[in-house]
Design a protein around this ligand. Structure first.
Ligand code: HEM
Length: 223
């Protein structure tokens, strides 16, 4: 016999744990993860100001401890949100064949973009963060990433698509998570949240592709 049927108390505890887990996955995705993503993309725009400015904004940390704290504050929420997201994916039931509504499409795209973001972030973390630091012994160099962007087509395509996936996933995620917190529950406010998501998507995409353009241009000029 399970503890829950014997005491009648385990079920509420389990429900409470699942509620906390669900909210934790959402909150960590918004901050610090989502906020950090926006700052990271913004910092990359320093590509337009040259190698020194880019390295100062993106890869240099004043102190190793500050660097370690940043990584923990970003990577731990990413790991928790990814575990949480994979759990959500397992129980997802898209019904786009039966219902052709925009909301159903957004639900499906949120899940497809999650898988794309997973692949992109894993590759990006290895190639731009872990490999340069721990295999080559230095942070990613501006000249290296700019050259790859300009002369290695797969890198350029992966960055363009990967950042588009992140822009959609985060922008739509902000709108859907607002509902979890009681914002956007009426039809009118849902429409408003839809517009917020669209604006956020366009802004994030413009910033990301702008940064990629800055790197691509610098890589081309250096050749
Ligand atoms: C840059 C990294 C990421 C950011 C900033 C991010 C952000 C977000 C945000 C803000 C939400 C809305 C939360 C909610 O609806 O409660 C969300 C939802 C979701 N995320 Fe992520 N995410 C990222 C990476 C990932 C990864 C790697 C996965 C796993 C494969 C993932 C899977 C999901 C899923 C499945 C949802 C939908 C949950 C639902 O609607 O039930 N995310 N994400």
């Amino acid at each position: 016999m399970s503890a829950s049927t014997a005491t009648g108390e385990a079920a509420p505890t389990t429900a409470f744990r699942s509620f906390v887990w669900r909210r934790l996955g959402t909150i960590l995705a918004l901050a610090p993860l989502g906020v950090w993503v926006v700052i990271h993309v913004w910092n990359n725009l320093a590509a337009f100001r040259g190698a020194e400015a880019w390295q100062e904004s993106v890869t240099n940390h004043r102190h190793p401890i500050a660097a370690a704290i940043t990584w923990v504050v970003v990577l731990t929420p990413l790991a928790i949100h990814t575990l949480w997201g994979l759990g959500r994916l397992k129980t997802s039931q898209p019904n786009n064949m039966a219902y052709g509504y925009f909301g159903n499409l957004r639900y499906l795209l949120q899940r497809i973009s999650a898988l794309g973001v997973l692949g992109f972030v894993a590759a990006h973390l290895w190639l731009a963060f872990l490999q340069p630091r721990f295999v080559h012994g230095h942070p990613e160099r501006f000249a290296d990433i700019a050259r790859e962007m300009a002369h290695h087509m797969p890198t350029l395509v992966v960055y363009l698509l990967g950042t588009m996936g992140v822009a959609y996933h985060l922008a739509n995620g902000v709108a859907t998570s607002a509902m979890a917190f009681g914002v956007g529950t009426t039809a009118r406010s849902q429409k408003r949240m839809e517009r917020v998501a669209l604006v956020l998507f366009v802004v994030l995409l413009a910033l990301s592709w702008g940064a990629i353009y800055g790197l691509w241009q610098a890589g081309g000029a250096a050749a």
